[in-house]
Every structure is written in C-alpha cells, then in structure tokens.
Design a binder for this molecule. Structure first.
Ligand code: SF4
Length: 412
C-alpha cells in the first residue's frame, strides 16, 4: 500500500451503457494477442462489464456495501463517486489474463496525488508548489503546430537555463526574474488526463512533452508526474505517438514505458537536447543542467535499447571543437539531429520579447559576451558568424539534419 493513500471505497455503480459507448473497438495492434494488453480500453465490452461488476456489483444489484474489506485492502486509491471509464483503469484489482502486462499497483497517476512523499515543498534551494488542473493537454500551435497538443507535467523548471524562452510564460515578472528557482507540479495530471480525453481518443495522435518545462527535471525523480502521464497514455491510449524532449538522463528510467507503448502499437521518440561539446560552455549557460556526457550516455542507452532518438542542438551554443564533436556524435549511431541558432535580441524591450519566440535573456547575452571576451554587440555578431560555420559542418556530417521549426515537425 502506498504511504499516505486512502483505502478504496467503491462509489455508486456507473451507467454501464454509457461506459460501453466510450470503449473503442478492439484492434489487432492493441493487445488482443495478450502480448501487450496494457489497456482496459481495448478490452471487449464483455470484459469491461465483468470489471465493472467486480468493482461495483452486478448491474441488477445494489452497489457494494462499503464494508468490502477485501476490496478495501486491495485498492489503494480514492475512487469515491468516480463516473468515467477513465476512472476504471485500475488493473491492480483485475486479475491479469495470461501474458497480460501488469502496471504498478495503483491507478496511474494516483501515486502523486495521494503520496505526501512524492510532493516535497522544496528541492535544494528551489521552492516547490503543487496545483490541481482540469486539463493537461494544450492544443498545439506555433512552433509545434503539427502536433495534436503538448503536455507539460510541471510549470517552471529548476534546470534554469540562462536562455530559456519558457520564462516568458511564467505568470508574472517575479516568477520570470526567479526562473530556475521554483517549480510547480501538477499533482493530478494523470487523473485530469483520464477525465479530459475519452479512452482511445489519443490513439494515432502525436503529442509533444514538453514545451515550457523539462518533464525529467529533478523533481520528477520524487514526484513521477511524467511517469504517471505516460502510464495513463499506455493504459488508455496505447497507440499514442509521443515526442519526449529533455535535457535529463532521468528519462532512461521510463524505458519500460516507452517500450510498452511501442509494443502496443504507439510510437515514441526521445529528443535529448545537447547544446555544446564544451562543459565550460554548458556551465556558463546551463549551470543547473546535467553534464553533456551524462546526457549523451543516456540518449545512447535509449537508442541501443531500440527507442527512436534524436539529438536536438537547440539552441546551439558556442562549440569548442566541431570536428571532434561530429566524430563523437557519429559514434553514437544516432542519425536524427535538429539544430537551431541562438536567437539574439532584436529590438526587444526591457521586459523581453513580445513575440514569445526563443530568445536570449539578458543573462544569456552576458554569458555570450563573457565567452567571447567581447562586449555584448560584438559577441552577438561573432556568435552569428560562428553559428554559420558550425551549422555548415553539421549539415555536411548529417545531411538529414532538421532546422528550426521544420526540424521539430512530428517525426511519425
Ligand atoms: S530545461 Fe528547458 S524548460 Fe528547463 S530551463 Fe532549460 S530550456 Fe527552460
């Protein structure tokens, strides 16, 4: 039993006919062969009816009395008055069929909301807060318009990259000024996802995680909000397509889920952002991020495990030895790359860009000046010249390299 969780108390029996109408038709790819079978959503209406009967009693009977001790000790979730099929996903109470994959012993996502240990209030020097949300999918637009939507398990990011454009989306100037020193977790993200979208509705749709936070920033190690979202996608939308964008080796933790989604007929690509070959440069611009070597090792391990991977050089920071870097990158066996330049301020106001595009914050411009030992204007001009050299070398080495917005189009 998860510490801090509440014993299961079955609520009123839901309207079975309405639930049945939400169940997508079974298909050969979605686990009917028993190999993957992660999703109650792919079971037949008869299977589903049996599950509902197990939870709430036969349709002709009154709801189970709350004294069902067996059920109460087996379940670890708060399911009182649940109404939707998404709420009926707990495989933990349904005996698995032969060969069926068994998900962790909780309703996907409830580990965050019901586990105080997963909800710290501070992380090092960073402050942590929590909020409940009604939706987690943001309709895609702009740079990622080709996607169905984006998923952001957190607001804020304690990696705190100097150049991060996401700080523009912080709620006020104080939050922008302290970017990197706070993070807010969406503790009910997985539950919100279950209520927001009918089971199966995301099959075939491509999602991008994340646009304004890193889904594997340090808090994720304790909170597992990202993992809960992935578990929910696997359980209810097994043929989803998802691009995961991160700077963190923690992404390797969820290899099992990436593989399970692939086996269930979905698609996964992990994008690892690697902005330079130089640890000195990395520390200058990304002092809170994992090392270049740790990121490279992580993405190689995912690649070798059969996950589709890309290295995103976005933005490309100053490079020390482009020739050696290309040799090192080729040695990884990864063939997908995306490169984008470091957008320097052009007529921005003191409050920042009004265009909400990737831009350099004042701190990042200072870092560029420091790197080159020039004043900011000269450093910006030198970077622009250098970028063209590095870009040409990368394009020659990796002819299929994507650039900017085009490079970020859905890969499947
Ligand atoms: S990891 Fe991404 S979201 Fe986090 S601070 Fe860096 S650029 Fe911003």
């Amino acid at each position: 039993m998860i510490k801090g969780s509440t014993p299961f108390v079955p609520g009123p029996r839901p309207n079975f006919n309405r639930l049945k109408s939400q169940v997508p038709a079974a298909s050969p790819q979605n686990g009917q062969n028993g190999q993957n079978a992660p999703a109650p959503a792919t079971q037949s209406p008869e299977d589903l009816e049996a599950q509902i009967d197990a939870l709430f009693g036969p349709q002709t009977q009154p709801a189970l009395a709350h004294s069902s001790t067996t059920m109460a000790t087996t379940m670890t979730t708060t399911m009182t008055n649940r109404r939707t099929l998404g709420d009926l996903v707990p495989q933990s109470v349904i005996p698995p069929r032969a060969g069926q994959q068994v998900l962790p012993l909780q309703v996907p996502g409830d580990n965050v909301a019901n586990n105080a240990e997963a909800r710290p209030r501070a992380l090092g020097k960073a402050s942590v807060s929590w909020k409940s949300v009604s939706t987690v999918i943001t309709p895609a637009s702009g740079f990622i318009a080709g996607y169905h939507g984006s998923l952001n398990p957190y607001s804020g990011c304690t990696f705190g990259c100097q150049y991060c454009y996401a700080s523009n989306f912080a709620k006020d100037t104080k939050a922008q000024d302290t970017w990197g020193q706070w993070v807010q977790g969406k503790d009910n993200a997985a539950q919100a996802l279950r209520r927001e979208v009918a089971p199966g509705a995301l099959n075939g749709k491509c999602l991008y995680m994340s646009t304004v936070t890193d889904p594997y920033q340090p808090l994720e190690k304790k909170a597992s909000v990202t993992r809960a979202i992935l578990e929910t996608l696997l359980a209810l939308h097994p043929q989803v397509k998802i691009v995961v964008q991160t700077r963190s080796p923690l992404v390797v933790r969820d290899l099992d889920l990436f593989q399970a989604i692939e086996k269930a007929g979905g698609r996964v690509q992990v994008n690892m952002t690697l902005t330079t070959d130089s640890e000195r440069v990395r520390k200058l611009y990304e002092p809170g991020c994992p090392s270049n070597q740790a990121r490279l090792k992580a993405i190689v391990s995912l690649h070798q495990a059969g996950i589709q991977c890309a290295i995103t050089m976005t933005p490309l920071l100053p490079v020390e030895d482009i020739s050696q870097w290309i040799v090192d990158l080729k040695a990884t066996g990864i063939s997908r790359y995306i490169v984008q330049d470091f957008h320097l301020p052009k007529g921005n106001t003191a409050q920042g860009s009004k265009r909400m595009v990737a831009r350099t914050d004042a701190k990042a411009l200072e870092a560029t000046a420091s790197h080159y030992g020039l004043d900011q204007a000269q450093a910006a001009a030198q970077y622009a010249r250098d970028y063209q050299v590095w870009r040409s070398a990368l394009k020659a080495a990796f002819p299929s390299i994507g650039e900017g917005r085009t490079g970020f189009q859905p890969p499947f």
